[in-house]
Design a protein around this ligand. Sequence first.
Ligand SMILES: [Zn+2]
Length: 270
Amino acid sequence: MMMNRCVGTNKLAERIALRYSIPISLIKIVKEEEIELVCDDYGKDTFDGLTVYEQENDIFYIHLNTARGNRPDKVKGRFTLAHELGHYFIDHHRTALINGIMQPHYHNYNQFGNNEAWIIEREADDFAASLLMPWSLLKPDLQNEKFGGSLIKELSGRYNVSFSAMAIRCLKCAYIPMMLVYAQDGKVKWQLHSEDFPFWQLKHGNTMVPENSVIGEYFCTCDDCNCRKDEVVFAGDCFDTFNQEQNNLQFYEYCLPYKNSAFSMFWQKN
Ligand SMILES: [Zn+2]
């Protein structure tokens, strides 16, 4: 059963997105809103994006840090810019900017917390995902083809977002039960799973990647021959299972390696 509801969807962003075509031209939105976009080198250890309100001239400035790879036409920069547009469009964010309360920030999936700043950042991320990948358009695009790594790759190209952003969107919109894993040097940096995915932990928890998964094989042997394709894996090799019977359940894994890091998407084989 496919679910229709998307919990991470920001209605305001979806409404704005539907005025444009895919891929969403953020530059057009910036121009129409008369926002000043400044792309510059602000140093590697600073911020990705920053929105500032200038009281005297009643102008919003969005700064994109090119030193951290945020170019407005590239997937990372587009997500950062869409996130900053969230701060501009969402009412209480905008008010905080005008009152000078909002501080510059990083985008980092490793940072988890429960304070107000964290909630505001997640709201801006949901806005960004909804603006770049409006669910009302993405859902039929997904339904038209068989789910898999190549579909996510194709759609990420069409929407001009990263593979991981597209996969996270599918997970948050509860399109199918799935687990996503990002690892560096063989260590799990973060893991996300949908509520209805049968396992909530990887085989070794959030420490080392499971050695007999595709992502594990990539780190253990530097062999990427099973990467970039839908590969059949067994639950017992990948997840923290409860009994022997579950170990034989089959899943697909699509692993996308890049230098010392890799991203894997798991979903159930029907
Ligand atoms: Zn932010």
